[in-house]
Design a binder for this molecule. Sequence first.
Ligand code: SF4
Length: 412
Amino acid sequence: MSDLNETPRGMRTVIAFLGRRNAGKSSLLNALVGYDLAIVSDVAGTTTDPVHKAVEINPLGPCVVIDTAGIDDVGALGQMRIEKTREVIKDSDLGLIIIGDGSWTDFEEEIYQMLKEKDKPVIAVINKVDIDAGKDLEILLTNKNIEYVRTSVPEGLGIKELKEKIRAQKKAERFEDLSIIGDIINAGDLVLLVVPLDLGAPKGRLILPQVQTIRDILDNDATAVVVKERELADTLDKLYVKPGLVITDSQVVLKAAGDVPPEIPLTTFSTIFTRFKGDLRQMVEGVGAIDQLQNGDKVLIAEACTHHALADDIGRVKIPRWITQYSGKDLSFDVAAGPNFPPNIKDYSLIVQCGGCTITRRAYCNRIETAAEQGVPITNYGIAISYVQGVLPRIISPFPELRDLAEELKAW
Ligand code: SF4
């Protein structure tokens, strides 16, 4: 879990530094952040694992840079390195192809094709122009219609321009500026948050999705009121203003649905996060797979962080219990926790994914995409719990784009 003073990783722009060992990635990165970060190794064979580092790049703001040191250790991209590079590219918002010797080799072409395949913005960096002017490369990049910038770190050339180009891409791609619930609340609204402090809650603090939601409410000039589920009904009685929205922890959604009058919109943290990070419609459509489960089927519970699981954990205990009770089938459940999504998921009949508050939108969407590619239905914690507890139409009603689905579900 991130330090509370830091921007969560899931809200940072992710930039992949791609280039051969001699390209000058290390010094370029140091020039971008303005200090000696020293995470990039130019020594052959030091690592083949990508290194992720949270940095602040002025004036771009909070970013994660992913260094791919070692990907050209054997000249061309070997199979293992191709896989690792693909993973890095998948999780990035933008790829920088850094060239230090003025030549566009098969390596750069392969990387470029991978970036295009994934529809990622690309900026080529003709680095070390103090040593090699890179004029032929400029012509080649222009012909290929690839955006580029010329840099020389010792001469301080092109660094500002590179930041400008990254910033322009950020704007074009809307890597930032999205609000979690800004489009479904109004300034001045009171938003009531239901947060159980049970055995599963960490001591002495709120969890990241709750903190991020409170911040989003404040950013939208609304008021956040936080209660435990036990005080929910009492608090609603005391309030003389009707909340514009109630957001509950999924684990107590049934109680919240009973306590919150039907005219007040109600949803769950997990649902707003899956909408913010990915494709809520697909997650809602995926939940029907619970009705198709058969004896012996495997279900994957996917969590994007490795938080310490406590008694009665939602992913390990509660969701398996509720799905088993609802389906009446003999099922087996696996848990995949952490930022890496298992590449092979074909054996599963259903994936139940958490809200993914610690990963970027790209990484979250990649999970949905991987599931679609392998033909495995995917849904989300809040959606699955609300479905098996019979309150899903209400939980998705606050989102205008899903009203049709909510009506369909009500008619079932
Ligand atoms: S399990 Fe998922 S939603 Fe919960 S804190 Fe971890 S990443 Fe965030």
